[in-house]
Design a protein. Structure first.
Length: 270
């Protein structure tokens, strides 16, 4: 390991690899010297950002594996394939999750009429799925000398969504950011503390990285309203997230566990 490559030679597992944030974490780990096992649901299409990362690294550094984190057999099978093809991981990034973008085209409901199935599905993926992956890959780490688990949270684990960010979207009923997302991410933060205290003596550190809003294809009104609420005056960019992840994944944070690192431009500071 060198100062310039803090994860040189280490193997990292990243769930939800093919979507929006997965490629950011993967590229940060690869640029820090790691090899990456990229997990996502069977049949998932690679996003443009993942394809760009894929073009930079061959199979000796980056391999993809199918895994539905809500299915225990899928997780154990993915673990076995990763170990057989790449070795025992020292880093796990639990990124897989579902959210509800305003432009997703999903059905809208008032809070009084919101189906419990919508709430349950989000908790099942974001919280129960993260629990299963942590159980199965974390147990492997405890048996092989330790490692670092980074669970991806959200600023909405700490604060409620400001519905005014979304009130310019047309439609009846108005778009409503659902309560299950923040509730599930708050559960992830607390669960990270649980595993940190459970596995600390086995050399496994468990932390949460909670991003704020990340710049993407959002409309101009949302970007303006959101940025006005952030002390640093903007949404996060990919480069803002990679350093904090590498810090938590590497020995730079060797005495940090059970911590939630908020990378939100100060959003939750007021």
């Amino acid at each position: 390991m060198t100062a310039s490559l803090p994860l040189a030679g280490e193997l990292a597992v990243v769930t939800g690899a093919l979507g929006r944030l997965g490629p950011i974490w993967i590229e940060g780990l690869l640029d820090a010297g790691a090899r990456v096992a990229a997990l996502d649901r069977p049949g998932s299409a690679a996003s443009g950002p993942f394809a760009a990362v894929r073009a930079r690294f061959d199979d000796s550094r980056l391999k993809t594996f199918e895994c539905d984190i809500t299915q225990r057999h899928d997780v154990t099978s993915a673990r076995d394939r990763v170990v057989a093809e790449m070795g025992v991981p020292k880093v796990l990034v639990n990124n897989a999750g579902v959210d509800q973008p305003p432009d997703s085209g999903t059905s809208r409901f008032t809070i009084e009429d919101m189906p419990v199935e919508m709430f349950r599905r989000m908790v099942d993926v974001n919280l129960v799925g993260t629990f299963q992956v942590t159980q199965i890959f974390g147990a492997l780490m405890t048996a092989h000398g330790g490692g670092s688990i980074v669970n991806i949270g959200s600023l909405y684990a700490s604060v409620s969504p400001d519905q005014r960010f979304y009130n310019h979207f047309p439609g009846d009923p108005p778009f409503l950011k659902v309560p299950a997302y923040g509730a599930s991410k708050a559960g992830v933060v607390n669960m990270s503390r649980y595993f940190a205290t459970m596995w600390g003596r086995q050399g496994v550190r468990v932390n949460t990285l909670s991003p704020g809003g990340v710049l993407g294809a959002q409309d101009a009104d949302f970007k303006r309203k959101y940025s006005e609420r952030v002390p640093l005056g903007r949404l996060a960019e990919a480069a803002d997230l990679k350093g904090p992840l590498v810090f938590l994944a590497s020995n730079a944070s060797s005495y940090v566990t059970g911590h939630e690192l908020r990378v939100d431009g100060g959003f939750t500071a007021w």
